[in-house]
Design a protein around this ligand. Structure first.
Ligand SMILES: NC(=O)c1ccc[n+]([C@@H]2O[C@H](COP(=O)([O-])OP(=O)(O)OC[C@H]3O[C@@H](n4cnc5c(N)ncnc54)[C@H](O)[C@@H]3O)[C@@H](O)[C@H]2O)c1
Length: 285
């Protein structure tokens, strides 16, 4: 039997591209797919250079919102590589933006067709193949911290990513008896063409917001995907892993606004609340 095989969507750029490199280096066969055929073909020589043999990587033009495309990619993996072990539903766009009163229905639907229907189709057809093989497998969906709260992306994007997180949970329950694990990864801000497409200096903006001092890179996400695909995650399913340099750990960041963190003002001591006991504080030198 040939080496394990992963099908990756949105493979020609950013996080998907980093995932391709990582899985190839780890010896997996990779069926890399993307809507942008020119970008995918341009990556082939670099991918091939990471391979032990020329058959280890294939590129297919796939629109994840088109069922026939996704079904064909899964069929390709089964026929050409001879097996499928993991599907990474990663393709994405920024999607519709603007005031909720002005967003065009078609733009809303396009957003959901890539971000949610795409994950559904990758899961549907990937799981059909995994089921037929009968030895379990792994589905990994790229969600976002935008799916966990408002304020980190446009409305449609935020709603679609929330749907991805709960689709992950629902399918994890359904597929656990088949030993097919389904998990999502929710990146924070990662330096990719997508996050930089708004024309902002993302790294500068994050320097104030993100606790971890280094910028988020595509391989920070790809490494978690590799973990989720492997034996180390054998008992993990239905989980959404946030990989955001500590962004969400800060929650509402009230400390910064209402002085709830005296330590930031070099004070150390104890607040005894409403006990009637005195608070104690001393200033650090
Ligand atoms: N970069 C970030 O900060 C960030 C944060 C959270 C979540 N994400 C998510 O990570 C995933 C990857 O994003 P990225 O930042 O690497 O973006 P990217 O733009 O660098 O790569 C996305 C890839 O998806 C492809 N794609 C778009 N529509 C497609 C379709 N219909 N069918 C097939 N492929 C399609 C694009 O051609 C592109 O190659 C997305 O799901 C995105 O929402 C990114």
């Amino acid at each position: 039997m040939s080496q394990r095989c992963v099908l990756i969507t949105g493979a020609a750029s950013g996080i998907g591209l980093a995932a391709c490199s990582r899985f190839l280096r780890a010896g997996w066969s990779v069926v890399a797919t993307d809507y942008n055929e020119a970008a995918g073909l341009a990556q082939l020589p670099g991918w091939t250079a990471l391979c032990q043999d020329g058959e280890q990587v294939h590129f297919l033009r796939v629109d994840v919102s088109v069922e026939a495309d996704v079904a064909a990619a899964v069929a390709f993996a089964m026929e050409r590589v001879g097996r499928l072990d993991c599907v990474i539903n990663n393709a994405g766009i920024g999607g519709a933006f603007g005031p909720i009163t002005d967003i065009e229905v078609d733009d809303w639907d396009t957003t959901f067709s890539v971000l949610v229907r795409g994950v559904f189709l990758g899961t549907k057809h990937g799981v059909r193949a995994l089921k037929a093989q009968g030895r379990g497998g792994s589905i990994i969906n790229t969600a976002s911290i935008a799916g966990l709260a408002g304020g980190s992306g446009p409305q449609a994007y935020s709603a679609a990513k929330a749907a991805v997180i709960n689709l992950t949970r629902a399918t994890a329950l359904e597929l656990a008896p088949l030993r097919i694990r389904v998990n999502s990864v929710s990146p924070g801000v990662i330096r990719t063409p997508l996050s930089e497409s708004g024309g902002h200096d993302v790294a500068a903006a994050m320097a104030d917001l993100q606790p971890w001092p280094d910028a988020g890179e595509p391989d920070h996400i790809a490494s978690v995907m590799e973990f989720l695909a492997g034996a180390g995650a054998a008992f993990m399913t239905g989980e959404n892993i946030v990989v955001d340099g500590g962004l969400l750990a800060g929650g509402a960041r009230l400390d910064d606004r209402i002085g709830g963190n005296p330590g930031a003002r070099q004070l150390v001591g104890i607040n005894r609340g409403s006990t009637g006991e005195r608070h104690r504080a001393r200033r650090l030198k």
